[in-house]
Design a protein around this ligand. Structure first.
Ligand SMILES: [Zn+2]
Ligand SMILES: [Zn+2]
Length: 542
């Protein structure tokens, strides 16, 4: 079936019509097309309505886009979509500024659980100790006072720390005899008793295990809620970081005909041997669900000072945490690469990035043979000397603009250090492939919030002129990092990322011209409709 989507200003972002993948923008001077002709799930033509109307076959349906602006469908290069979907129905403490407020958020969920015997655990959290104005610390006893009888497991905002109550510790069989794993810690009080706070390698496997067990409720029931919210924000493709249960849930949705967004599924270490045995490679799959790289952790996070830095945190000898030692990192990158699976290495600290690049360099011939596009997730702090290495090694920097503007208050320590921080423009000028995402539920997955952060480096207008404003990027580049770059990172630049004949008809219709509006107004862009595979999957209701 053919369809004419007409009456819009179409930003095709097509390199063939003057817009190059390097982000040099020319077509804004040219008249914009106002119509897209589709056949089945593909774009057939992009052009002028009067011409395309005459060319379209008999029986072509028409959709009036109401004078809106059209962009290629937005991608999210790094999202925990199962956790994000869950977060929509769970306690969310990200805006709490005291421990009391956090407990007030939790209380109704405990009451609800008491009334509903099917709820056996409480998850959620997004608590952010850096936003607490009082010097309190999370502790199991505080949770026990609100939730003495139901197990509670609350993730920190950066997802690297887990806060459990006594009931949860008991259910998990954790007590003072438990040993700290490499790259992780079970926090203890002065008597050696567990405080209920688990860090890094102590937290992440437990959280993932819980999420994939029966106690976490049915992922099939909440994943569609997340999908709906993503479409509402103009997102048509995601690179998902969550577990294999999430992959299976998307497969089920797809079989039922209810999958409305395209999923590039990043693989977890726990399942990698199984994937290798089944011959699964990065980039295998189809246009709806494709296999991504193997996610590895080189370090922790900024908020907990567990990211691995070459220079110690001010006033300490603490360099953060190497979650994986260089040899182990190299082992996993090699194992995966020899099976045609790329690596996506989480590296926030500059030392973590250096070690990830070293490991990638040592297995470079395999990556070349398989055409793998390795990635560094976050790449928040980089030594200036590592920037050209990213390009030389063909490594994509997968970054989250909103982390930058959230983290401004935490970055005072950078003053006397020669580091590239959230260095989007430095990477752009060095021709490093950069892809943007949200890391939701850490941040809201709204790509227009991300574009705003990328072009201003401000939050609520501050600091005036932007934080390290030399690292802002031009708008076309910011949009490209959410469109073409996301497609390229999933080996699909010939299918998605611009609006051109032969491409999938994935696009978003919005209420304003993000290339012409005031930068602040870009943030408030409203999605009118989201089209995936030439079908309207979301339409705004008044
Ligand atoms: Zn991460
Ligand atoms: Zn993440």
């Amino acid at each position: 079936m053919h369809r004419l989507f007409h009456n819009a200003t179409v930003h095709a972002m097509n390199p063939a019509t003057g817009w190059t993948p390097q982000g040099r923008w020319h077509s804004h001077e040219m008249p914009h097309p106002n119509t897209i002709l589709t056949s089945e799930d593909r774009i057939v033509a992009v052009g002028d309505y009067r011409e395309l109307r005459d060319l379209a076959p008999l029986g072509t349906e028409r959709t009036d886009l109401g004078g809106t602006y059209v962009l290629p469908g937005m991608g999210d290069g790094h999202i925990h979509s199962a956790m994000y979907s869950r977060s929509l129905i769970e306690p969310d403490m990200r805006h709490c500024t005291t421990l009391d407020e956090a407990m007030a958020v939790l209380r109704p969920f405990v009451e609800q659980a008491r009334a509903d015997p099917t709820v056996t655990w409480i998850f959620g959290g997004q608590w952010n100790i850096n936003a607490w104005t009082t010097p309190e610390r999370p502790d199991r006893r505080v949770l026990d006072s609100v939730a003495p009888d139901i197990p509670v497991a609350l993730s920190s905002l950066d997802l690297h720390t887990l806060w459990l109550n006594s009931r949860a510790l008991q259910e998990l069989g954790l007590d003072r005899t438990v040993k700290d794993p490499d790259g992780g810690e079970f926090e203890r009080d002065e008597h050696g008793e567990l405080t209920g706070v688990l860090k890094e390698a102590a937290a992440i496997p437990i959280r993932d295990g819980l999420m994939q067990s029966d106690v976490s409720g049915s992922i099939d029931s909440y994943l569609p809620l997340g999908q709906r919210e993503l479409l509402k924000r103009g997102i048509t493709s995601i690179h998902d970081i969550d577990g294999v249960d999430c992959l299976n849930a998307y497969r089920k949705l797809h079989e039922r005909g209810d999958l409305d967004i395209r999923v590039h599924k990043i693989l977890r270490q726990e399942q990698i041997q199984d994937f290798i045995q089944r011959g699964i490679r990065t980039h295998s799959g189809d246009e709806w669900i494709s296999m991504g790289p193997l996610k590895l952790f080189a370090d922790g996070a900024l908020g907990s000072h567990t990211c691995h830095m070459s220079q110690a945190w001010p006033g300490t000898h603490d360099h953060g945490m190497a979650v994986m030692e260089p040899e182990e990192l190299e082992h996993w990158i090699r194992t995966a690469a020899s099976a045609g699976i790329a690596a996506a290495v989480h590296a926030i600290g500059d030392q973590a990035a250096t070690e990830a690049l070293d490991a990638i360099a040592r297995s470079q011939s395999m990556a070349r043979a398989f055409g793998l596009r390795h990635r560094i997730e976050h790449a928040q702090y980089l030594k200036p000397g590592d920037v050209p290495r990213l390009r030389e090694l063909g490594v994509t920097a997968s970054m989250q603009p909103m982390h930058c503007t959230t983290d401004i208050p935490l970055n005072g320590f950078l003053e006397d250090r020669d580091l590239v921080a959230y260095g989007w423009n430095t990477l752009r000028e060095a021709d490093v492939e950069t892809v943007f995402g949200s890391d939701a539920p850490v941040e809201d997955p709204n790509p227009f919030h991300g574009i705003h952060a990328a072009i201003t480096r401000t939050r609520d207008g501050l600091p005036v002129g932007g934080w390290q404003p030399h690292e802002t990027v031009p708008r076309a580049d910011a949009v490209r990092c959410y469109t073409h770059a996301v497609a390229r990172a999933s080996y699909e630049e010939n299918l998605k990322g611009c609006l051109a004949p032969g491409m999938l008809a994935d696009f978003v219709s919005v209420d304003r011209d993000v290339f012409a509006e005031d930068a602040e107004a870009v943030r408030d862009t409203v999605v009118e409709a989201t089209v995936v595979g030439a079908q309207i999957r979301y339409q705004r209701e008044d």
